[in-house]
Design a protein around this ligand. Structure first.
Ligand SMILES: *[C@@H]1O[C@H](CO)[C@@H](O)[C@H](O)[C@H]1NC(C)=O
Ligand SMILES: *[C@@H]1O[C@H](CO)[C@@H](O)[C@H](O)[C@H]1NC(C)=O
Ligand SMILES: *[C@@H]1O[C@H](CO)[C@@H](O)[C@H](O)[C@H]1NC(C)=O
Ligand SMILES: *[C@@H]1O[C@H](CO)[C@@H](O)[C@H](O)[C@H]1NC(C)=O
Length: 155
């Protein structure tokens, strides 16, 4: 990938982050068009990341994130002193189900859990991108997605 492309992607990520925090999800934004009338927001329609919070056990709590976004994005515990102490679930492929009831699909990259643990455990935040480059080879017929469930522990 050339540098211009990387820069543009970095810029798009910033946009995603600011749009996401303003609207929660990027999926129902109004579409912008260029002067020829071409859609310029197709990226936002096709890629999204969403997070929901699960059980709060007092000194720790569950957080789930689902994404298909192949540029870098980040998860972090709510407060700066909180860290990821457990990866309850991680599947890059075709996982299904809901937060705290995720199920593995049958085409995932075998190294996904390992990668998630290595990048997140003991940290306040960690970065993912939903791609083979990040997690290893998946064997899905459709576009692969990534579900992760983590436990954040309070300081
Ligand atoms: C997106 O949809 C949600 C719920 O359907 C709504 O509350 C929110 O205002 C919408 N955002 C935009 C930018 O239209
Ligand atoms: C862009 O075009 C689509 C249809 O092609 C239209 O629905 C949408 O409103 C347009 N957006 C803007 C910002 O003009
Ligand atoms: C944008 O519009 C121009 C002119 O209508 C067209 O030639 C071009 O193929 C379009 N580009 C995309 C990416 O759709
Ligand atoms: C973490 O933040 C989210 C979003 O602001 C909130 O819904 C959730 O209750 C918070 N959970 C804890 C344990 O702080």
């Amino acid at each position: 990938m050339d540098t211009t492309h990387s820069c543009r992607r970095g810029y798009i990520l910033l946009l995603v982050l600011s749009y996401s925090s303003a609207f929660g999800l990027a999926s129902n934004m109004s579409i912008s068009n260029d002067t020829s009338g071409n859609k310029t927001d197709s990226f936002f329609e096709s890629q999204s990341t969403s997070t929901e919070w699960g059980t709060d056990m007092g000194n720790k709590y569950i957080m789930c994130t689902e994404s298909n976004m192949d540029i870098p994005w980040m998860i972090s515990c709510n407060k700066s002193k909180e860290v990821f102490t457990r990866i309850n679930f991680a599947d890059y492929g075709n996982p299904s189900g809901k937060c705290e009831h995720y199920r593995h699909g049958n085409c995932g990259a075998k190294t996904t859990m390992e990668v998630a643990k290595k990048n997140c455990l003991g940290k306040h935040q960690c970065v993912f991108k939903v791609s083979d480059e990040m997690f290893g080879t998946s064997h899905c017929k459709k576009e692969a997605k990534f579900f992760v469930q983590v436990t954040c522990t309070k300081a």
